[in-house]
Structures are given as C-alpha cells and as structure tokens.
Write a protein that binds this ligand. Structure first.
Ligand code: UDP
Length: 359
C-alpha cells in the first residue's frame, strides 16, 4: 500500500520512530514533515538518534497562529497528496499538523489512520483536545493506545474502525532504554545524582501563554526542594523572556536550566529522577513506563490510568499541592502493562496490511 505519514512536532518524530521503518518493510511509505518544529534540537536530533527515515518532503510551514499554520499545512498537503497519490494517510497524536493532515486527507477522499486515537482530557479549552476530537471523527482507522481510548471512541460513536494496538511511545522508550543507558552522560553533564533530583518540562499553552499562570509556574519551580533539571522548550523560553521572568528562574539555586534535550539524554534523566514534574502528555506516560512518580502541572489528563494507579498526581499550578505530591512515598503497587508492551508498531503494521478501504 502507498502510505503518506505526516509529522511535524517533537512527539511525532518519537512516535514515527516506532512505525516508519516497520511500515517500510511491507509498504511504500513516504514521510512529510510539515515544519511546525524545525529547530535542530526539536527536530533533527530525533531523526538522527532514533533512526527515523529522512522526510521525503518538507513543507516548511514556519511560525504562526494555529489557524495560520493549519491553513498553510493543508494547502501544502493538498499539493503533495496529489503528487504522491497515497492509498492511506497516517497521522499521530494531537497537534496542528495532526488536524491539518486529517482535513487534507478527508478532503482529498484518502482513507485516514490516526495513531493515539481516542485520547480525551475532556477539556475543550486545550487546543490539543480539539485536534483529537476533530481528527478522530475524520478517521477511517482509529489506532488506540489504551482501553480507555477505545471506550471514549465507542461512546462518541466514531465512524472509523477501532483497533487497540498499544502505545507507540512505549515501543520507543523500551527499544532505546539500553542505548540511552550506554551512550548518555546526562546526569554528569547536568551535575545531578541518581534519585536525588526532579526532571521538569512545561510548555502547554494553558500554562505558559497567560502571564498570571506563567508567574505561578515560576513560583512553583522556585520552591522546589530538590535539584531540578529543566530543559526549556522554545515556546516557554519566549514567554518567560517576554514576561521578564527568565532572570528569576536563572537565579533559582536548585534549578538547572538547559536547552531542550535529545531523546537519549532526556530518557536517561527521566529514568533516574526522583520524580518528574511535567505538563506533557508523552512525558506522563514515559514516567509510568520507567517507574518514576509523576506530578502533572495540569488539572486534567488523557492518561487517566497513571493517576488511578497512584503513579501520577494532577496538581495544576498549585505550588503547595506540587510540593506535597513530591514528598509522597513511591507508589508501592505494581505497574500493570498499560501500553502494549512495545508491540504497538508491529500491530499497526498488521492492521494496515489487512485494511480494506470502505470507500
Ligand atoms: N523530550 C525530549 N527532550 C526534551 C523534552 C521531551 O526528548 O527536552 C521527549 C520526551 O521523552 C517525549 C517527547 O519528547 O518522548 C514529548 O514531547 P512533548 O512533551 O513536546 O509533547 P507532548 O507529549 O506534550 O505532546
């Protein structure tokens, strides 16, 4: 089958690492990079470290509001889909590139497969939630990470075929665990000791785009009781600089600010952290997979199982709640396999191989 896969953001490069090479064993797959994330540290390093095939086409969409980017990506994709004439379009996750890919495929009447379908935070104020819902309802193949996602889609009576395949990010973190352990010197590089530091990420629009919330994030980080490594996402850095809050973080004695990290260094720091503090979806799930307690800087999550099993606590930007959550003893219960055990890529390839388009 001729497949076009659309990627554009950091988490999608990670997800493609579990799928693209495997698809190419059985199918003719082309990769289109929309250019939403284009810096070396958010894009190129992931292709290199995780051996994702080079993009066959780059749309170079550049910066802009989500609406501007959506429009530009759709226009670029219309042209490229006509050129490649795929029999199926594959999109990942919940970003502007996901939604634009879904609309372009649906308008070109090309069957659409959505990886990580059915995730819901039930918070429509999140741009990601809108992207998830709209993409799922334009999809012909809904490839789900969890049983909760399957139930969400059934409740919404989504029209596409639903398959529980497991989670592709789990595949990648399992596949690269040993390589990361061997190659990364991130703990030494950032001057932290196993089990004695916190790893932080924060870049959700809801946390960094509003000056009052950004100030609360800064207060929370200043109060952390342990050394903390914080790879600062470019969006967050830009907002901190605009609000003149960067010097405060730079002056916080326990905080080590860095550029965004490559996957192997990030995975190594995550594995050995006492706890992870994040507003990322992918990172909450990785914390669970690594057996590291997570404190989530949001009041909702799509990865509800991690909370139900006691490995993740939602604190929003409440400083005291975050500090209390960091003091909790490590959850003593088992960590059941929630995310497919590293076989999601294989299952996706199987589902696509046996798929017969209905239209
Ligand atoms: N990640 C990374 N370096 C960093 C921060 C994150 O390699 O400095 C990885 C992380 O391991 C995960 C992915 O990027 O696999 C998550 O991306 P992000 O938080 O941007 O996306 P989200 O999951 O929130 O959509």
């Amino acid at each position: 089958m001729r497949i076009v896969t659309i990627v554009g953001n950091r988490p999608q490069f990670v997800k493609a690492a579990a799928v693209s090479r495997r698809l190419r064993e059985r199918h003719d797959e082309r990769l289109i990079h929309t250019g939403q994330h284009y810096d070396d540290e958010l894009s190129r390093i992931f292709f290199e470290e995780l051996a994702v095939p080079d993009p066959d086409c780059e749309l170079g969409v550049g910066a802009g509001s989500p609406t501007e980017q959506t429009a530009r990506i759709i226009a670029g994709l219309e042209r490229e889909l006509r050129r490649f004439e795929p029999e199926l379009v594959l999109v990942y996750g919940d970003t502007t590139s996901t939604l634009a890919g879904a609309i372009a495929a649906a308008q070109a009447r090309i069957p659409l497969a959505h990886v990580e379908a059915g995730m819901r935070s039930f918070d429509r104020a999140m741009p990601e939630e809108l992207n998830r819902v709209l993409t799922d309802h334009a999809s012909d193949l809904l490839l789900c990470s969890t049983e909760t996602a399957v139930r969400n889609l059934e409740r919404e009576a989504a029209a596409g075929e639903i398959h529980l395949v497991g989670d592709v990010m789990a595949d990648v973190s399992l596949a690269f665990a040993r390589v990361a352990e061997e190659r990364s010197r991130a703990l030494e590089a950032h001057g932290v000791t196993r089990g004695e530091y916190v790893l932080v990420t924060a870049h959700r629009a809801g946390n960094v785009d509003h000056p009052a919330r950004l100030a609360r994030l800064v207060e929370l980080l200043e109060a952390l009781p342990l050394p903390a490594v914080f790879p600062v996402h470019p969006r967050t850095r830009a907002r901190l600089e605009a609000a003149a809050l960067m010097p405060r973080l730079e002056a916080a004695p326990r905080l080590r600010l860095t550029r965004p990290l490559g996957y192997l260094d990030f995975l190594t720091l995550a594995r050995h952290a006492r706890a992870i503090l994040t507003d990322s979806g992918g990172v909450q799930k990785e914390a669970y997979l690594l057996g590291v307690p997570c404190v989530t800087l949001r009041d909702t999550t799509e990865w509800v199982e991690t909370v139900e099993l006691g490995w993740n606590v939602l604190v929003d930007l409440d400083r005291d709640a975050a500090l209390r959550a960091l003091e909790r003893p490590r959850p003593s219960g088992k960590r059941p396999e929630l995310y497919g055990g590293g076989r999601a890529g294989e299952r996706i390839s199987d589902v696509l191989a046996s798929y017969t388009p209905r239209r």
